[in-house]
Design a binder for this molecule. Structure first.
Ligand SMILES: Nc1nc2c(ncn2[C@@H]2O[C@H](COP(=O)(O)OP(=O)(O)OP(=O)(O)O)[C@@H](O)[C@H]2O)c(=O)[nH]1
Ligand SMILES: [Mg+2]
Length: 787
C-alpha cells in the first residue's frame, strides 16, 4: 500500500530543499518565504511505495491565503500517514508554534530540526532528547542543504507511518482550558476522524468558522459547548482564540528553556543587519537596486553573454569559427561582402548600397558607380582555412551534406533556413540566458531579492499595492507562469487580481532573446537597452497600479506588508546551478519541440504563395502566403513604427512562446539576421517593437496561468486586453513622439493620436482617487507596522 509523508513547516525553513534531496526532483528553492505555492508529489528514493508531499510553508493551521489553504486541506483533508515537520533551528521558538498544532492533529509526527549547520555555527545547542520528551514525538536534526540527516528523518517518519503510532499528545494548555477541550472532545466524538479529535476540539474552542461549518453541530449542543468556552474566557479574562495562542507560546517557552541553550546574545549587529543598513537604506536602496539590475543585464547581455552568443550565432549556427588564428579574416570577409553588395546594387541599377557594420550596428550608404563595380568584381571570396584553424558552422556542414546527397532544393531550404535558421536563432541566445538566470538565482539565494520586496513596498504602497506584489514579479523574471501563480500569497483578492494583471510586464527569460537581438543589431549590444526593458516593465506596473487603483474594482488600501527577512547566506552552488539549469533547460526543450514545429510551418508558409496566379514555391518570401496574411494586419502596427509583414507575423507567433519572435525572424530573414534587422528597423522603431512585444499579451502558457488564477473568463479577458492596450499606447507614444523629436516621423494623425493618448494617460494618473479617503493615515500606520 502507498504511504504518504507530508513535509510541513514554516515558510523558508527548507522543505523544498529536503524534498528535492529525498525524491531527486528539482523544485524551485528560493531564499524568501512563499516560494512553494502548490503541493508537489515525489517518490522517496529507494522506496517506490512512499510518496513525499512538499507543501507551501505555513505559520499555523488557520489559513489566510490560498497557498496556506492548500497546506491545511492536505494535512487535515487527505490524512497523510505521517508528517515530517521541518523546523528552522535558528528560529526555533516561532517554528514550534506550528509544531504544537501539527502534533495535535494526532498523526505520527517526526520533528526535523533543520539548518543544524547554522545552529552549530551560531554556537547554540539543541538537546534533541529533551525536546522530543517535551513535545511527545521523535525529534532529529538535519541540514537539508548539506545533505545531512534528511534521509534518516524520512526513514523515521516512514517507520512511524508503517506502525501507525504516535506518542501521547502533550497537554499544552492550563487546567480549565484542557477541561473544556476534553468536554468538547466528548461531544464531537464519532463526528470526526478519531485521529484528529483533539485538533477539532481545540478548533471548536477557538470558534474556527470553517471547522464549525464543517461539523454542523446541532444548535443545542453548540449552545452547551459555548457555555464551557465562555466560562473559560471569564475565568482567564481573555477571548478563546487569544487564550489558545498565548498558552501555546508559554508552553513553547517552557520547552525551549529546557531543551535549547543559546550562546549569550551578541550585542553587536549581525552581518545581515549591517548589510541591510546599507542595502535597505531609505535613500540608497533604490539606486543600489537599479545598479544591481544594470550589472546583471550588462554582464548577461553586454559582456560574457554576448561573447558566447556571438559564437553560437555566428559560429555554431553561422558560417563557422576559428579554433586558432583568424587574424585578418574578418576584414577580408567584410570587404568581400561589401563587394558582393556593390555588384548586386550595380546590376539592379540601384543608386546606393548600404553597408552594415557588425561592431557598431551602424549602416552606411555608398553610391553605386561603375568604378566601384569594376573594383568589386576583382575581390575574391576569402577562404577562412587560409587564415587559421577553421571549423565550419552547423548550417555550412549540414548544407554541404545535403548538397552531396543531392537532396531537393526545397528540402535543403527547409532544413537549413527553416529548421536550423529558426531553432538556431533561439538556441543562439541560450548562453546569454544562462548567464542571466545564473545571476538572478544568486541574487535570490543570497537573500537580496527578499530585501527588494521591502524596498519596493515603499514605492508600491504609495499607489496602493504592497511589496508582496513584487514577489510574483521577481519570480516572473524567470518565467511568467510561476510568476502569476506566486500571486497566491496575496490575501487581498483585489490586490491579487491587479498583481496577476501586471506581473507579465516584467521581461521573462523568453523575452530576453528579443531584447538581445535588437540590442545587438541596433544598439551595439548595450546592456542599457536590457536594463531599460526591465525598468520599463517595473514602470508599467507602477503606472498601472496608479491608474487601476482608482477603479472601484481595485480600490482600497493594501494590507500591511509583513514578511520575514531571511538572513543573508552564501548561495548554495547546488541550488543556484539547479535553478539556472532548470530554467535554461525548459527553454532548450521548447526550442526542440514547439519552436521546431512552428519553424517548419512558418518556413512552408513563407516559401509558398501565388505567383502569376498559380500556387507554388516563391523566390522572394515577400510574395508568400505568410506575407499576404502578415500584410493584412500590419497596418495595425504601422503607427508604432513596424508596419512590415515580418514584424506582424513575429508579434502573432510570439503568443505561442515569446522566443518565437526571434525564431520567426530567423526563418523570415535567412542569412545574417542582425544585419537584416538593422536594415529593416531604425533604432527607434526597433525599440518600439521591443517594448510592444515585452508588454503585450504574454505567451499562451502564461495566459493559461492567468486564466487559472483568475478563475473567471471576464477577468482573464480584461487582463489580456489591458496588457495589449497598454503595450499599444506605450509603443505609440514612444514611436510617434520620439520620432517627432528625432525627426524620424512627420506630424500627422499618428502624432495626434499619440498626444491624445499621452494626455489621457496623464489624466488617469493625476485624477483624484475617489475611493481613497484617508489613505495617508492608513498607509503611514501600515508603513510603521511593516518596519
Ligand atoms: N544553511 C542552510 N540553509 C538551508 C538549509 N536548508 C535550506 N536552506 C536554505 O533555505 C532557503 C529556503 O529553502 P526552501 O527549500 O526553498 O524552503 P521552503 O521551506 O520550501 O520555503 P517555502 O516554499 O517558501 O515555504 C534556501 O535558500 C535554502 O538554500 C540548511 O540545512 N542549511
Ligand atoms: Mg518550498
Amino acid at each position: 500500500m502507498e504511504i504518504k509523508i507530508a513535509l510541513a513547516g514554516n515558510p523558508n525553513c527548507g522543505k523544498t530543499t529536503l524534498f528535492n534531496a529525498l525524491t531527486g526532483s528539482s523544485q524551485y528553492v528560493g531564499n524568501w518565504p512563499g516560494v512553494t505555492v502548490e503541493k508537489k508529489e515525489g517518490r522517496l528514493k529507494g522506496h517506490k511505495d512512499v510518496v513525499i508531499q512538499d507543501l507551501p510553508g505555513i505559520y499555523s493551521l488557520s489559513p489566510y491565503t490560498l497557498e496556506e489553504v492548500v497546506a491545511r486541506s492536505y494535512l487535515v483533508g487527505e490524512k497523510p500517514d505521517a508528517i515530517l515537520n521541518i523546523v528552522d533551528g535558528t528560529n526555533i521558538e516561532r517554528n514550534l508554534y506550528l509544531t504544537t498544532q501539527l502534533i495535535e492533529l494526532g498523526l505520527p509526527v517526526v520533528v526535523a530540526v533543520n539548518m543544524i549547520d547554522l545552529v552549530r555555527k551560531n554556537g547554540d545547542q539543541i538537546d534533541l532528547k529533551k525536546l522530543g520528551d517535551a513535545l511527545g514525538c521523535a525529534v532529529v536534526s538535519m541540514s537539508a542543504l548539506k545533505g545531512e540527516g534528511g534521509m534518516e528523518a524520512a526513514e523515521q517518519a516512514l517507520a512511524l507511518a508503517r506502525n501507525k503510532t504516535h506518542g501521547d499528545l502533550p497537554h499544552v494548555f492550563t487546567g480549565s482550558v484542557e477541561h473544556a477541550i476534553a468536554h468538547i472532545e466528548e461531544s464531537i466524538e464519532g463526528k470526526v476522524d478519531p485521529w484528529y479529535l483533539r485538533w477539532y476540539a481545540i478548533k471548536v474552542f477557538e470558534r474556527d468558522e470553517k471547522v464549525m461549518a464543517e461539523l454542523g453541530l446541532p444548535a443545542d449542543l453548540k449552545a452547551h459547548l459555548e457555555e464551557h468556552i465562555a466560562d473559560c474566557e471569564r475565568e482567564l479574562d481573555d477571548d478563546a482564540e487569544s487564550i489558545i495562542t498565548n498558552q501555546r507560546y508559554s508552553y513553547i517557552n517552557g520547552v525551549v528553556d529546557r531543551a535549547v541553550r543559546k550562546k549569550a546574545p551578541k550585542h553587536s549587529l549581525s552581518a545581515s543587519d549591517k548589510i541591510d543598513r546599507v542595502v535597505t537604506n531609505r535613500v540608497l536602496a533604490l539606486p543600489i537596486f537599479v545598479a544591481v539590475m544594470f550589472l546583471v543585464y550588462y554582464i548577461a547581455i553586454g559582456t560574457v553573454g554576448t561573447w558566447a552568443t556571438d559564437w553560437t550565432n555566428d559560429g555554431l549556427f553561422g558560417d563557422g569559427w576559428f579554433l586558432s588564428g583568424g587574424a585578418g579574416y574578418e576584414d577580408a570577409a567584410g570587404a568581400y561582402e561589401e563587394a558582393q553588395a556593390m555588384i548586386a546594387g550595380y546590376e539592379n541599377g540601384d543608386a546606393e548600397v548600404y553597408f552594415y557594420d557588425d561592431e557598431t550596428g551602424e549602416t552606411t550608404a555608398e553610391p553605386v558607380t561603375a568604378e566601384a563595380y569594376a573594383q568589386a568584381l576583382t575581390v575574391t571570396e576569402p577562404d577562412p582555412a587560409d587564415y587559421g584553424a577553421w571549423v565550419n558552422g552547423i548550417p555550412v556542414v549540414v548544407g554541404g551534406w545535403l548538397e552531396n546527397l543531392q537532396v531537393a532544393g526545397w528540402l535543403q531550404g527547409l532544413i537549413v533556413d527553416g529548421i536550423i535558421g529558426g531553432v538556431g536563432a533561439v538556441l543562439g541566445f541560450v548562453p546569454q540566458m544562462l548567464v542571466l538566470f545564473l545571476m538572478l538565482s544568486i541574487l535570490e539565494d543570497v537573500g537580496y531579492m527578499a530585501r527588494v520586496a521591502f524596498i519596493m513596498d515603499r514605492i508600491f504602497r504609495k499607489f496602493g499595492l504592497s511589496g508582496k506584489s513584487f514577489i510574483p514579479m521577481l519570480v516572473g523574471t524567470g518565467c511568467g507562469v510561476p510568476g502569476v501563480m506566486a500571486s497566491r500569497t496575496i490575501e487581498n483578492e483585489r490586490d491579487r487580481r491587479m498583481t496577476i494583471m501586471t506581473t507579465c510586464f516584467i521581461p521573462c527569460g523568453a523575452k530576453m532573446p528579443i531584447i538581445a537581438l535588437f540590442a545587438g543589431a541596433l544598439f551595439g549590444g548595450s546592456g542599457l537597452v536590457a536594463t531599460s526593458a526591465y525598468f520599463i516593465g517595473v514602470a508599467a506596473i507602477i503606472l498601472s497600479g496608479i491608474m487601476l487603483k482608482k477603479l472601484k474594482a481595485f480600490a482600497g488600501d493594501p494590507a500591511p506588508f509583513v514578511m520575514e527577512l531571511p538572513a543573508y547566506h552564501v548561495p548554495a552552488a547546488s541550488n543556484v546551478l539547479r535553478s539556472t539549469w532548470e530554467r535554461g533547460w525548459s527553454f532548450i526543450k521548447r526550442a526542440g519541440t514547439i519552436i521546431l514545429a512552428s519553424s517548419i510551418i512558418l518556413w512552408f508558409l513563407q516559401g509558398f504563395g501565388f505567383v502569376d496566379g498559380a500556387f507554388g514555391l516563391v523566390e522572394d518570401n515577400n510574395h508568400s502566403l505568410l506575407a499576404a496574411v502578415g500584410s493584412a494586419i500590419a497596418f495595425l502596427f504601422a503607427p508604432l513604427g513596424f508596419g512590415n509583414w515580418q514584424a506582424a507575423v513575429a508579434t502573432i507567433t510570439g503568443l505561442i512562446a515569446k522566443e518565437e519572435v526571434v525564431s520567426t525572424f530567423g526563418v523570415l530573414y535567412p542569412g545574417n539576421l542582425s544585419a537584416q534587422i538593422a536594415m529593416a528597423y531604425t533604432a527607434l522603431s526597433a525599440y518600439s517593437f521591443m517594448i510592444f512585444n515585452l508588454l503585450c499579451a504574454p505567451c499562451f502558457a502564461a495566459m493559461g496561468a492567468i486564466k487559472r488564477e483568475m478563475n473567471n473568463t471576464k477577468w482573464t479577458l480584461a487582463a489580456i486586453g489591458y496588457m495589449c492596450g497598454f503595450a499599444y499606447v506605450a509603443s505609440l507614444i514612444i514611436y510617434q513622439l520620439g520620432g517627432l523629436i528625432l525627426g524620424e516621423v512627420a506630424f500627422g494623425a499618428g502624432t495626434v493620436a499619440a498626444v491624445l493618448c499621452l494626455a489621457g494617460l496623464i489624466y488617469l494618473l493625476a485624477r483624484r482617487n475617489r475611493y481613497d479617503e484617508n489613505h495617508l493615515s492608513i498607509s503611514s500606520v501600515a508603513a510603521a507596522t511593516a518596519k
